[in-house]
Design a protein around this ligand. Structure first.
Ligand SMILES: *Cc1c(COP(=O)(O)O)cnc(C)c1O
Length: 246
């Protein structure tokens, strides 16, 4: 079985190739390792292979891994950057404001206000991305594109947050042109917000199966889970839908 280290190298190569094909500098594309459902031991392997930024979907699970990784064997733990990429409920904002460096799944002004109020004074502002829903009904998370300018402007005003850009999870499509078009729509919204005066530098899109298309359309950060850590166990609901037996 391939190791996390080998997988990371392969993913970095895919990023470099996709960047070259698009005439882009590979250094302009950040790699977020999505460690949700995987144990701290695998995160540790990735850290030892040089990875520093990790994405998690579930707050409690992330906190456990942060604590496990902080107890680095035989010395100081490397500084890691934790990104929340899953839905955020208002009763979890305080601990998120205290423990995470980034929130990519911001999609409500009220949540943004709470995060700003609760971000401890001793820490740098919380880096945030507005999640946009470019696939319409398919995903319930994310701001509708037409609402994005107003929400982005409001979030950009908050003193303890720094709005860095947009995150999107376009519905996967077997049709390459359609997939590119969905990423392009996110990029165009990103450009529009910049034209309206927001200082944004981060466009987070692209996962294990579609990072090449996302990079071709301007992604500056890709969020990769499966290609680094291997398959995740199907969640119970999904297994049922696929007809698997318990
Ligand atoms: C799980 C997840 C990923 C990683 O998906 P892979 O297909 O495993 O690479 C990226 N972004 C978000 C928001 C996720 O929930």
């Amino acid at each position: 079985m391939a190791t996390v280290k080998a997988n990371l190298q392969a993913v970095r190569q895919r990023i470099a190739r996709a960047a070259a094909a698009a005439g882009r500098d590979p250094a302009a594309i950040a790699l977020l390792a999505v460690s949700k459902t995987h144990p701290a031991a695998l995160v540790e392997q990735a850290v030892r292979a040089g990875q520093r930024s990790f994405g998690e979907n579930y707050v409690q699970e992330a906190l456990q891994k942060m604590d496990a990784l902080a107890a680095w064997p035989g010395g100081a733990a490397p500084a890691l950057e934790w990104h929340l990429i899953g839905p955020l409920q208002s009763n979890k904002t305080r601990v998120v404001a205290e423990r995470f460096q980034w929130v990519q799944s911001l999609d409500r002004e009220r949540i943004a206000q709470r995060l700003s109020e609760q971000r401890p004074a001793g820490l740098a502002p919380l880096e945030v991305l507005l999640q946009v829903n470019v696939s319409g009904e398919a995903s319930k998370s994310g701001v509708a594109p037409r609402e994005a300018p107003a929400v982005a402007r409001a979030v950009a005003q908050l003193p303890r947050l720094r709005l860095r850009g947009l995150m999107a999870i376009p519905e996967p499509s077997g049709d390459a042109a359609l997939q590119r078009a969905r990423f392009r729509a996110v990029r165009e919204l990103f450009e529009e917000l910049k034209e309206r005066g927001l200082a944004l530098d981060t466009l987070s899109m692209g996962m294990s199966d579609d990072l090449e298309a996302a990079i071709a359309e301007g992604a500056t950060m890709v969020r990769i889970g499966t290609a680094i850590f291997g398959p995740r166990e199907a969640r119970r609901g999904a297994a049922r839908n696929e007809g698997a037996t318990a």
